[in-house]
Design a binder for this molecule. Structure first.
Ligand code: SF4
Length: 214
């Protein structure tokens, strides 16, 4: 059985998620340490540590391997106009990525937003490129930065602390108690870069350490 999550931040839009870090091969830098953006990851703290939040994510890690998973997901999105992949976790398997592409292809009525760090691995790129060609899909390559550095890609995102990166659209969820409040910029192909303002105690510590190193 598919398990979709509904988070209040996303205005009730459904998402399908995996456990953070376990499935995030792209979270490890060349030095073997977590990259800055993942060091302060929201999905490793707060509610995300509770067993009732972890359970569906652990279930999903096995569930996607079923042969009926794609058709079950298509049915599950029957009345969705927007869908967020991976509120936590990442596409850790090419086979899973291919299945997600199949779901996107079979649900043209639904706008999909897929943030990922797996663009670092070449074997995923043809699948991401096929996803991006679909009119209803935005794959957003995530930058590792928490200080606003941006990366190559048609649609990307970054985290910033002080100065909004040039050409980026700022996520204004923080002005609306952390909710999207009708904004759908992340799902919009015309919005090239989304910049999220760093927030939270953990992220503040990461930025403090980075600044001290400079
Ligand atoms: S940019 Fe808009 S759609 Fe994206 S997370 Fe922020 S409020 Fe939500």
């Amino acid at each position: 059985m598919i398990k979709l999550s509904k988070t209040s931040k996303l205005d009730g839009i459904l998402s399908w998620s995996l456990q953070a870090l376990d499935t995030c091969q792209g979270s490890i830098g060349s030095d073997g340490e977590l990259v800055p953006a993942c060091s302060g990851c929201y999905a490793t703290t707060g509610n995300y540590r509770f067993s009732n939040v972890k359970a569906p994510r652990e279930h999903n890690k096995e569930d996607w391997k079923r042969s009926e998973w794609v058709s079950d997901m298509v049915k599950g999105l029957d009345s969705s106009r927007y869908f967020r992949w991976l509120d936590s976790g990442d596409l850790y398997s090419v086979e899973l990525a291919q299945k997600v592409l199949d779901v996107m292809t079979l649900t043209p009525w639904c706008n999909h937003w897929l943030p990922t760090r797996m663009h670092k691995f070449k074997k995923y790129l043809p699948i991401f490129e096929a996803m991006q060609k679909l009119p209803n899909v935005v794959v957003r390559y995530s930058s590792d930065s928490v200080t606003g550095e941006t990366i190559e890609g048609l649609t990307t995102s970054t985290i910033f602390s002080d100065v909004l990166p040039k050409g980026a659209k700022e996520c204004e969820a923080y002005k609306h108690e952390g909710k999207c409040n009708g904004c759908r910029a992340c799902y919009d192909k015309d919005v090239s870069i989304i910049a999220y303002k760093a927030h939270g105690v953990k992220m503040a510590k990461v930025i403090k350490i980075l600044v001290a190193k400079q």
